[in-house]
Design a protein around this ligand. Structure first.
Ligand SMILES: Nc1ncnc2c1ncn2[C@@H]1O[C@H](COP(=O)(O)OP(=O)(O)OP(=O)(O)O)[C@@H](O)[C@H]1O
Ligand SMILES: Nc1ncnc2c1ncn2[C@@H]1O[C@H](COP(=O)(O)OP(=O)(O)OP(=O)(O)O)[C@@H](O)[C@H]1O
Ligand SMILES: [Mg+2]
Ligand SMILES: [Mg+2]
Lengths: 226, 226
């Protein structure tokens, strides 16, 4: 499903070049559940941005179902993102002055899905926020904002969910509930999930764990079926 | 140093009243290292905002060194904050388009401290970001942004540091380095630290742990000297 070959990402700053990704090769098959761990600054979010077609490699290729998406025009990539991917960003990215329900409904509006309000309400129930549907971001706790972002990422039933520290602001119990929700999506609907985390207890939900250091994947471990 | 008595915080929304804090009594002595844990939505950030004089109780009193700060005018509370408190917010709150060095220097400008640039640079060294001094927030990873916020919180040598999930975006090793840094501030400079976390390994650095549920402190445990 996902194939990265020789992917690099270099940022040019006043102080010199930053090699955020150096020669990354990666294959992820449909239906896999992958965790990515690694030091702060090792390139995890950069990798996620490239996987989600939010950023382009400096060199190398990204094939999604055999199609070189790194070279497609922006408009095509934008359509792809909306239809195929669900994102949970490291800083949730909720829009100001929209209620939780409206935030979750947003991807469905772009995809012209009918029955949107009902699907959005249902997604909020799944993350335990039915009673916060009409709260705006400033009226939500950090963990509640993160859960709204999670609900938004799965409401279009995407084929691929890219979640950057999806439990970073959640207490252990709520975090485990979210991980169980993601596990069910993988097991029951064959959705592919790639998530970044620094907590081993979260990574343990995934069958495969990658470790990154200095812009490279230094470890790739698949555990046998549980 | 800190004394809360009968503190409540109620938000009025279209859907009804939200009792974010219900009857909180709390005493924290100077030089203590306190961790606060509890479920998402249990009132931790609300409590931190009141402790930091960023928000006022709906009822009850907050005495800081015997002085009722909940009743002081905004201008006096603002001065107090700048001089006495260091904050790490749950969503880092860096200013757009300012370099890491400038972000850390900001509290020193308000306090009219000389030698600012040097103190700011030193604080960045302490959180491992000497080589990111001139990067802007969009050029920093999530964990790097969080560390800039941490450096900013300690640059004025505050008496009290209030840190809301200060290691939420940090890998385990970097998180432990930050916790060691906070421990040294407590042990060597008698700074009081109150931090929110959902990770037991982080809470274990503090001698005292409070647990919150539904707006109340339900547990308060001091461990014997280590
Ligand atoms: N301005 C507001 N208006 C209405 N409700 C609010 C407002 N701010 C916070 N709340 C509610 O108050 C409760 C406590 O919020 P708080 O941010 O203190 O929780 P928290 O313990 O920090 O949670 P988390 O671990 O998720 O960050 C939550 O249920 C939240 O929805
Ligand atoms: N726009 C940019 N310009 C310059 N450098 C950048 C830019 N974006 C990211 N970087 C640098 O690239 C490196 C990788 O960043 P990235 O956000 O991928 O790290 P990360 O693994 O997600 O870290 P964290 O765990 O802290 O979130 C970092 O050292 C960062 O400073
Ligand atoms: Mg990141
Ligand atoms: Mg909070």
């Amino acid at each position: 499903m996902i194939r990265l070959e020789g992917v690099t990402k270099t940022y040019l700053t006043g102080a010199g070049a930053v090699h955020a990704l150096r020669d990354v090769d990666l294959e992820v098959r449909a239906g896999e559940f992958v965790a990515i761990m690694g030091q702060s600054g090792s390139g995890k979010s950069t990798l996620m941005n490239i996987l989600g077609c939010l950023d382009r490699p400096t060199s190398g290729t990204y094939r999604l179902d055999g199609r070189d998406v790194g070279r497609l025009p922006d408009s095509v990539r934008a359509k792809l993102r909306g239809a195929a991917f669900g994102f949970v960003f490291q800083s949730y990215n909720l829009l100001p002055r929209m209620s939780a329900l409206e935030q979750v409904e947003l991807p469905l509006i772009y995809q012209r899905v009918p029955n949107r309000r009902h699907l959005a309400a249902e997604a909020l129930v799944r993350v335990g926020l039915a009673d916060r549907a009409h709260h705006q971001p400033t009226q939500l706790s950090g963990g509640q904002q993160q859960r709204v972002a999670i609900a938004r990422s799965l409401v279009v039933n995407p084929r691929l969910i890219l979640a950057d520290e999806p439990t970073g602001a959640l207490d252990t119990k709520t975090g485990q509930e979210v991980m169980q929700l993601l596990t069910d999506l993988v097991d029951q609907r064959g959705i592919t999930v790639v998530l970044v985390t620094h907590e081993q207890s979260v990574a343990d939900f995934a069958r495969r764990t990658l470790r990154m250091r200095d812009g490279m994947i230094v470890e790739d471990v698949v555990r046998p079926s549980l």
